[in-house]
Write a protein of this length. Structure first.
Lengths: 520, 34
């Protein structure tokens, strides 16, 4: 008897789940830092170009491919790709990246997400409320992460406790399935996330001029710092690349997660309007809320001199060092600090549950394993795999995992998807497939964009990365020699994971051939 | 903030608010999942 697959309970449910997957820490930390460092308001020109030429087309491609594969009972890329060209024996192996990538990201993202839960607790209990400058707050963060032992933390025990809580919460949500777990979480977490974000945004907008002796350190100039354009920056290819990269990562395309989520739709369910709505929700969170909190607030409290270095100090510094220092200076500091970190936690958990789902769907769909057992297998494997990210953070293991799972393979996978969609499935078939059950028509120009512009854009990004970063990254030029064994070990681990998944795909299809009429 | 900064902010926010509002209005008025 064919197995009945899980499904979404409502349309708003899947839109919130995809938007939740896309909205992560990067919306509130990475985006404003990129704008500030790449031409200010002028950055929005390449950013919006990339949104319409790369992000939204890829979103439609993934929603459509996911729904298409789901119709054949496949919820992950190997099966979905196989459904496109069933006679080709190798096509399914390209899909391994769609399970491997999210799993790699999950094993370090859960740890980072747990920091936001811990800091929410620290904010409420006043654990960092006495810290007054960047160096103290930085030291607090490094102590918490276990990078150094100091007066604030003597080891990793607190970080590990919050990791365990976060990990169990993730597994608990996934255990209850698509409708009962992920959809239920996203339907309350997303409105709450927007509520927290809008309160913080309102607080920043009403900061005025907190220090009258420094009248230029005001919120008006804070927004000016972020939005005043430097049009000369547009002549730099790097700025266009940064904008394309930001769009790519913010929408969670190229990971494999949207394929899996969309596979739980029925054939006649709209993907055009739903995909566009999920993208627009993400952009609202990023440009309107994310762009109105950290950088304008940092300008008001640290002034025009320090803001440049703060904007370039990296995502974690902005989120865990600069922002708590700012909020500490305001009335209701504990409450505002809690809101900030809880906002990040909600952004994190709605993303991490989506990262775990492809692996669960793979075990369910391709091995016919019951959901609860599949979740148990994932939990055990992911828990073991998380340990190096936790204990060897200071040795660069998380950065290495992020490069391969969260950066390089995303672009490779998106390029594969667009080629399969526009060229293997064929643009005419693909166009018909997109519009099945659609509530709106996509402008015809997108046929040309999806077939030519989006893949070219992706190959260009990939080519530029290979040209600029391939050699130093592969040969670990920027890695301290003491950390090289850890990076090497991480790479071996990644290769082993990839091979195990390839073997599992082979076994799944070999098993299916033995069942009469079993090759789907 | 300069005039150019304002123009870029208003265009960006306007575009995103417009698309988001349009999408949600349409989603809420259309059919549910099958």
């Amino acid at each position: 008897m064919p197995k009945v697959r899980d499904n979404w309970g409502s349309r708003l449910g899947i839109i919130m789940a995809v938007a939740g997957s896309a909205i992560g820490l990067g919306n509130f930390l990475r985006f404003p830092a990129k704008v500030a460092s790449n031409g200010g308001g002028a950055f929005m020109i390449p950013y919006l170009c990339a949104l319409f030429l790369l992000g939204i087309p890829l979103m439609w491609v993934e929603w459509t491919l996911g729904r298409f594969g789901g119709g054949f009972g496949h919820g992950t890329a190997p099966g979905i790709f196989h459904s496109i060209r069933r006679k080709n024996r190798f096509i399914k192996y390209f899909g391994i990246i769609g399970i491997f990538g999210p799993l790699i990201i999950f094993i370090y993202y859960t740890f980072i997400e747990s920091w936001t839960l811990a800091y929410s607790f620290f904010a409420l209990t006043g654990k960092y409320s006495q810290l007054a400058d960047q160096s103290q707050m930085k030291s607090f963060l490094l102590g918490f992460q276990g990078v150094e032992r100091n007066q604030y933390f003597s080891g990793l025990s607190q970080a590990y406790l919050f990791f365990l809580i976060t990990f169990v919460l993730n597994i608990w949500v996934i255990y209850y399935g698509i409708k009962g777990g992920i959809e239920r979480l996203c339907k309350w977490a997303m409105p709450l996330l927007f509520f927290c974000g809008l309160i913080l945004m309102l607080r920043v907008l009403t900061l005025g001029t907190p220090d009258p002796s420094r009248p230029t350190w005001n919120i008006y100039n804070g927004f000016g710092f972020l939005w005043n354009p430097d049009f000369a920056a547009l002549k730099s290819a790097k700025v266009w690349m940064e904008a394309a990269g930001q769009i790519f990562f913010t929408l969670s395309v190229g990971i494999g997660v949207i394929l899996t989520y969309a596979s739980y739709l029925s054939k006649g369910d709209d993907v055009v309007l739903s995909g566009l709505t999920a993208s627009a929700t993400n952009e609202f969170a990023e440009v309107i809320i994310g762009g109105s909190i950290v950088i304008p607030a940092a300008f008001v409290f640290f002034g025009p001199q320090d803001i440049q270095s703060i904007a370039r100090s990296g995502t974690f510094n902005l989120g865990f060092v600069t922002m708590p220092l700012i909020l500490n200076k305001l009335p209701w500091a504990a409450f505002l600090g809690f809101l900030w970190f809880f906002l990040l936690f909600l952004a994190g958990i709605t993303s991490s549950v989506s990262l775990a789902q492809p692996a669960v769907a793979f075990l369910e769909d391709e091995f016919n394993i019951a959901r609860k057992k599949a979740v148990g297998i994932l939990a055990l494997a992911a828990f073991i795999l998380c340990q190096p990210a936790i204990f060897f953070l200071k040795n660069g293991v998380v950065d290495e995992l992020d490069f391969w799972g969260g950066t390089f393979f995303l672009v490779v996978f998106a390029a594969i998807e667009t080629i399969l969609f526009g060229w293997v499935l064929g643009m005419e078939n693909a166009w018909d497939e997109i519009h099945k059950g659609a509530d709106m028509r996509i402008p015809g120009v997108y046929k040309f964009i999806i077939k030519y512009i989006t893949p070219l854009f992706l190959f260009f990004i990939l080519g530029m990365w290979l040209k600029q970063e391939w050699i130093p990254i592969i040969f670990m030029h920027n890695v301290p020699s003491a950390d090289r064994p850890f990076i090497f070990g991480t790479r071996i681990g990644i290769i082993i994971m990839f091979l195990i998944l390839a073997i599992l795909v082979k076994i799944a299809w070999a098993g299916r051939k033995k069942v009469p009429g079993g090759v789907r | 903030m300069s005039l150019a900064g304002w123009v870029l902010l208003v265009i960006s926010w306007g575009l995103i608010l417009g698309i988001t509002g349009f999408c949600f209005a349409k989603v809420l008025s259309k059919k549910e999942l099958k």
